[in-house]
Design a binder for this molecule. Structure first.
Ligand SMILES: C[S@@+](CC[C@H](N)C(=O)[O-])C[C@H]1O[C@@H](n2cnc3c(N)ncnc32)[C@H](O)[C@@H]1O
Length: 288
């Protein structure tokens, strides 16, 4: 019996995209309305008097040391595990997450993104090639200095204006209402204080702006869930803090977002305990 069968996991290869995506909120009118709105607002970039947009200006100030960026100062990236996190995990992550099938998913999820964009937990920059011309300024943050080494290489080839900074999603170093989009792919599982991060994402988004996410998380199947709980301690070690059982929709709803669309399903190329994916868009409603 194979290893995965022992774990009660079905790893039969299926084609992708799968018909298994389940639309959680099959409300096309609300989805198209909000996507259209986000697109429209994404193209209208507010500029300060200096002629620079708000995030461009922040980046300039940071370059001059006038903005304090959050750093990995909680010890996660020091000590023996820090060596693994900084020197081994970035390569493992880059190798494990750079498949063609995942690239197709990334491209699909990022297609509506434009304007001023913040990507949290950008890792080694695997999303960079998938940003379209509509992106005016991209800010990438990640707390792991080891990720930044690999990210730097991809940054050189980026088609869109992009800058990277060390930073955590729980304490985003940006003023309120700074971005048109926040992007999060396979990050929520690794953030220690997820609800705080969600509140921060909500804060830095402009009214009408959207959080675009593609995450793995809690499976609806009780058997798979049991294995997710059992394997969590091992996964947290191997995956540098990654949890298998994050309830992504509940997490997004912990902030006052309007969940404009949400699909979920198993990714064919991963074991079920790791490959239950959620993709969606959460909109920060306009005030009033
Ligand atoms: C599995 S990797 C995904 C990387 C990338 N988003 C991708 O799709 O390839 C998870 C990333 O989340 C980052 N991360 C961990 N804790 C974080 C936090 N508190 N805030 C933001 N990012 C965090 C890690 O450093 C890592 O780069």
């Amino acid at each position: 019996m194979s290893f995965w069968k022992c774990l009660g996991v079905d790893v039969r290869a299926r084609t992708w995209p799968q018909p298994e995506w389940r639309e959680r909120l099959p409300n096309p009118s609300s989805r198209s309305h909000h996507t259209d709105y986000a697109r429209r607002t994404g193209s209208v970039i507010r500029r300060w008097r200096s002629g620079f947009s708000r995030s461009q200006r922040l980046v300039r100030l940071a370059g001059r040391g006038r903005v304090t960026w959050a750093t990995g100062s909680d010890g996660r990236y020091s000590g023996a595990m820090g060596v693994y996190s900084k020197l081994v995990f970035p390569y493992l992550c880059d190798w494990g997450m750079s498949s063609r099938q995942l690239a197709e998913l990334r491209a699909d999820v990022l297609s509506p993104v434009g304007g001023e964009v913040l990507e949290i937990g950008a890792g080694t920059g695997l999303n960079l090639p998938h940003y379209g011309d509509g992106v005016e300024q991209l800010v990438l943050i990640d707390p792991n200095p080891g990720m930044h080494r690999l990210l730097k290489r991809r940054l050189g080839k980026a088609k869109v204006p992009a800058v990277k900074q060390v930073g955590r999603a729980e304490s985003l170093p940006f003023p309120d209402d700074s971005f048109d989009y926040v992007v999060s792919t396979f990050v929520m599982c690794s953030i220690p204080r997820r609800k705080q991060a969600m509140a921060e994402i909500f804060r830095v988004l402009r009214p009408g702006g959207s959080l675009v996410f593609l995450e793995h998380g809690l499976s609806p199947d009780p058997n798979v869930r049991r294995w997710q709980c059992r394997l969590n301690p091992i996964q947290k070690r191997i995956g540098d803090g990654c949890r298998l059982d994050v309830d992504v929709p509940a997490l997004v709803r912990s902030a006052p977002f309007m969940l404009a669309d949400l699909s979920e399903g198993y990714f064919a190329r991963a074991p079920k305990f790791l490959g239950y994916l959620y993709r969606g868009t959460a909109v920060k409603r306009l005030a009033g």
